[in-house]
Design a protein around this ligand. Sequence first.
Ligand code: HEM
Length: 398
Amino acid sequence: MDASALLALRDPAGVPFYPIVFQGLYVLTWALHAAFVLLALGAMGLSLYGTLKQKSDSHWKILTPHLIQTGKISVSILIVLGVAPLLFTQVIYDPNWYVANTLSGMWVFIFIYTLVIGYILYYWYYYANKAKEGGGKLIGIISFFILVFAGLLMHNFAVTSIMPNDWMDMYAPNGIVDTSGWTLNIKLVRLLFFVSLSIPVVGIFLQNYSRFLSTRDDFKGNFIEYTSSLGTKLTVIGLLISAVFFALWMSSIGYLMHPLSISIIVGVVALLLISYSNSNSYITTGVLVVVALLISAMRELIRFDIMSNLGYNIYDYPVNLEIPSIVMFLLTFLIMGGIGVAYLLTMAWKVGKSQEPIFDGSKDKAVTRLGNYTLVIMVTWMAVYFAWGMFILFKNIL
Ligand code: HEM
C-alpha cells in the first residue's frame, strides 16, 4: 500500500491535540474495555457450569446467581467502555478504521444485532435462572456463544484494519470489485489469546469476591475458602493457557523477543506467583491492571509498526490545536467521570460490606457527600455544555 493513499484518507481538518495523547488514551481505554469483556465472558461461562451444579451443591447455589449478575453488569460496562477506544482509534487511525468498516460493512450491521440479541438472551437467562435453580441453561449457552461471536467480529475489524497491504485484494479480488461488505479476517491464535484471558480474569475476580465477602457474617467460612481456591485454580490454569497462546502469537509475528513482549511475560509470571500464593488478591488485581495495560500497549505497538513501515506515522498527523474542546473533554473525563465513578464504587463497596438488611446511603457521610458533588457537577456540566454549544452556534450563524 502506497503511503500517499493512506495519507489522503486522513481527516483534512487534522487532529485537535497531540496524537500521542490520543494514543495513550486509546491504550488506557482499550485495556478497560478488555477488562470487562473478559470478566463478562469469564463470569458468564463459569455461571453456565454453575447451572449444572446449582441444584445439588450449596456453594454453587450461592455462587451461580452472583456470577450471572456479574456477567450481566459487565456486558453493559464493556459496551460503554468500548466506545472510548473506538473514538480514539478513529481520530488517529481513521484510514484504517473506516476502510475496515467499509470492507466488512455487513459484519458491522450484524455486530449490532448480535450484541442486541445476545444481551436480550442474557436477560432471559438471568430471569430463567432466578425463577428456577439451574434454569435457563440452553438460553445461557446460546447467549454466551452469541457474545463470543460479537468478540470474533470485533477481532475481524481490528485485524482487517491493520492489513493495508491486502486491502486492494479484499476490495477487488482478482480485479473484480466486491462491494458486498463480507470481508472477514480471523487470526485464530490472537483471538484465542484474548478470549482465553477470561479464565484468569474470572479467577482473580473470585479471589477478590471471596476476600471481599470474608468480612461478612452471613457467608460461611467453607464457602469463602471454596471460592478462593476455585479462583486460584482458575487463575493459574488460565494464565498458563493464555501464556502459551501469547507466545505462539508473538512468535508468529516476530515479536517474541521484543522488550514489551518480554515485560508481558515477566508480568504473567509475577501474576502466576502472587495469585498462586493468594495472600492479597487486591495486590494481584493491581498487577493484573499493569499486565492489561502492557497487553493493550502491545496491540498498539503492532499497529504502530505496521503503519509507520508503510509511511503512515501518527505523530506526523497535522495538529490543529483546539484547546477549548480538549479542556472540556479532560474536565468531563477526569472530574465528572472521576467523581461519578468514585460515588458509584464507594456506594457499591459499602452496600456489599454492610451487614444491615437495607443500606441507607443518606446516612453515610462519604456516600452522601460524593452523591451531592456528582449531582452539582453534572448539573453544571449540562449548563456549560448547552450554553457553550448555543454560543458557538449563534456566533457562527448570526
Ligand atoms: C460482547 C461484546 C464484545 C466483545 C466480546 C468484544 C471483544 C473484543 C475483543 C476480543 C477485541 C480485541 C480484538 C483484537 O484485537 O483481536 C475488541 C476490540 C475492540 N472493541 Fe470490543 N467487544 C465487544 C463489544 C464492543 C463494543 C460494543 C464496542 C464499541 C462500542 C467495542 C469496541 C472495541 C474497540 C474500539 C476495539 C479495538 C479495535 C481496534 O483496535 O482496531 N467492543 N473487542
